[in-house]
Design a protein around this ligand. Structure first.
Ligand code: HMG
Ligand code: MG
Length: 317
């Protein structure tokens, strides 16, 4: 039978907000997360345990994590809440919150996940993590191991898979497959392929996914994370669907940008992703009107234009 189910990972509360210059209150972030939890989304990226000097906006991720555990947002379904942790320092900070709140990975507890984040190019890795690719992978090892030992799922991002802000279009798909293979061998449960710059095109997405398959990486172990800077995200989503990928990241209102990718705009909007996937007869489980309302609300709240075409269209403005 045809598999129509598609998983959408909502990254607005992390990728969407991390680049905002103006401090967004913890209450607003928690409000965003609890609104998202009522839309049918089952995967919500909620924060990032990184250096507050590097990414000040994510400095309150400990409060976000604590609140999610203690006052789990209402939802009809269990939701996976994920947090980035690039090194043992970030992982230990997150684990301290989890332990203090008495959280274990029990079936009835809110589900917490960790994400490590690598890249396919050396120059982006230097700018983003202040080290080379090999060192970044070494630093992920204790994070992945510690998370797995404690029963938490781990995602492994790879940035710059279809272009690099410092090295241009020429990113070798075999390098992406090599980093993915390393991450999977280290124990990550899923690879998220990031088109950080939004430079990706349909043929290059197809080429990348062929290289991943040729390297033995299974479609069910991959997610696509498209930024929409060049407006190609949904085209590349179509190519990925055709290849058999069934997990896609997006951010409500099209919020976002990477602090270490100059000029990069937000992720593809969740509203646009849901509309597109449902138009193809895929089942996202997400209520389009509800996410459109949230996109309008949060963009107004942080004084940013709503960059979701679908969101604006369904709301008639
Ligand atoms: P560094 O300066 O080399 O780190 O930065 P260090 O180990 O030398 O430590 C320097 C200071 O940072 C020390 O504090 C550490 O304690 C502290 P000080 O003694 O100066 O007061 N520190 C930390 N504090 C809190 N949490 C931590 C942590 N680690 C060290 N985890 C580091 C290395 C990795 C910390 C830094 O480069 C960093 O934080 N980078 C994060 C960059 C980032 O968050 N980028 C955005 C996320 S990735 C992304 O958006 C792409 C993605 O969306 C996919 C895509 O679109 O492609 C995922
Ligand atoms: Mg991103």
């Amino acid at each position: 039978p045809r598999n129509n189910r598609v998983r959408i990972v909502e990254v607005g509360a992390r990728d969407g907000l991390q680049n905002e210059k103006k401090t967004i209150s913890t209450d607003t972030k928690l409000d965003l997360i609890s609104r998202l939890a009522k839309t049918g989304l089952r995967d919500i990226e909620a924060g990032s345990f990184v250096s507050p000097k590097w990414v000040p906006q994510m400095a309150t991720s400990n409060e976000i994590l604590e609140s999610i555990i203690k006052e789990t947002p209402d939802s009809k379904y269990p939701i996976n809440y994920s947090f980035l942790a690039p090194n043992i320092k970030g992982f230990e900070a997150a684990m301290a919150v989890l332990k203090a709140a008495g959280h274990t990975a029990r079936p009835d507890a809110p589900k917490i996940e960790f994400s490590v984040f690598a890249a396919a190019t050396e120059s982006f890795t230097q700018k983003n993590l202040n080290c080379d690719i090999a060192t970044s992978l070494e630093r992920f090892k204790p994070v992945i191991q510690g998370a797995k030992d404690a029963g938490y799922r781990v995602r492994g991002y790879i940035s710059t898979v279809l272009g690099c802000p410092f090295e241009g279009y020429d990113v070798d798909p075999h390098k992406v497959a090599e980093v993915a293979t390393d991450l999977l061998e280290m124990g990550v449960d899923e690879i998220a392929l990031g088109d950080t710059t939004g430079m990706g095109t349909a043929p290059r997405t197809a080429e990348l996914l062929r290289a991943m398959t040729a390297a033995g990486i299974r479609n069910e172990d991959m997610a696509m994370h498209f930024h929409d800077t060049f407006g190609q995200a949904l085209v590349n989503t179509a190519v990925s669907l055709e290849h058999g990928i069934r997990t896609f990241d997006s951010s409500v209102g099209g919020l976002g940008g990477c602090p270490y990718s100059p000029g990069a705009t937000g992720n593809v909007a969740t509203e646009d992703m849901v509309y597109f996937l449902e138009s193809l007869g895929m089942d996202t489980g997400v209520d389009l009107d509800a996410v459109a309302d949230i996109g309008a609300w949060i963009t107004k709240e942080i004084e940013k234009p709503n960059s979701s075409s679908v969101g604006k269209a369904v709301l008639g403005r």
